[in-house]
Design a protein around this ligand. Sequence first.
Ligand code: 6PG
Length: 277
Amino acid sequence: MSAATPKHPHPDPLPGRERERTVQVLADLPAVARAAAERFVALARDAAAARGRFTVALSGGKTPRSFLQALAGPPYRERFPWGFVHFFQVDERWVPPDDPRSNQRMLRACLVDKGPVPERNFHPVDTSQPDPVEGAKRYEDHLRRFFPDPPGGVPRFDAVFLGLGEDGHTASLFPGSPALGEENAWVTHAVGGSPRTSRVTLTLPVLNAAFRVIFLVSGAGKAGVLRELLLGKGGGGHPAALVAPKRGKVTFLADADAASRIPPAEAAYPGGEGGAG
Ligand code: 6PG
C-alpha cells in the first residue's frame, strides 16, 4: 500500500542537502537482523575507540525485535563489553511499561532481562505518570543530564535505529503531525499509530544530529513507501524523508520483500553488484 503523499507543516528536506545514503538488500528479516547486529558491533567499536562509549537510540515496533534478539545472543553477545553501551529510546507509546504495546517492554526483554545490558545502561522513557507532555519533558531532562551542554545544542547519538511505517512515518513522527515542526525540543509529545496512541518521540533535530542512522525495513507492505522514500521527489513527502543527518550517514537495511520495487542500480543486493551499496 503506498501512502498518499502527506502534507505536513515541516518543509521538505533542505534542498541540495548532501545525504550520504546506502541501501543494502538482504534475503529476509533474519538476514536484516544479522546485518544490523554486524553494523551495531562495528559502530560500537568505532565509537568506543573515538569517544570511549557508544550511545544508541532504538525504535520499537516489530522489525527491531529479531535484530535485538540476535544482538543479545551469540556471537554478538560476547563480542564487546556491554558496560560502555548506553541504550535510549527513539520513541514510546504512552502506555504502562508492562503493556504489550510498550516499546520499553520489548527492548527491556531483549536487552536487559534476557540480554547482557546492565540496568544502569538502559535509559527508558518513564511512562508511569499520566501526562505524556510532562513525560516528554522528563525524558528530555534525562537526556540533558546524560549529554550536558552538547556542541551545537543537540545531543549526537552514535547510532539511531529507525523503522518505517507504511504511511511513511518514522519514530513517532507521523504525516501531518505538529511534532514534525519541532525545532528546539529534543523530545516531544505526538499522537499516531494504529490505533492512535499518545506517544513521546525524539525530534528531527536530534535524529539529524546522529553520526549514523540505520533504517530497518521488512515486508512487502513497505515496498511502496520505501520506493517513494528512496526514489520519489522529496522522498515522497514522507516524514522519514526528513531524516537527513547533517554530518551523518543513513543506511537502509531492507529485506527482499520490502525492496521488491527498488531497482538493482539503487541498492546493494546479496551477491550482486548493486549501486548504492
Ligand atoms: C513505534 C515505532 C515506529 C516503528 C514503525 C515500523 O513505536 O511504533 O517506533 O516508528 O518503527 O511503525 O514498525 P514495524 O517495525 O513494526 O513495522
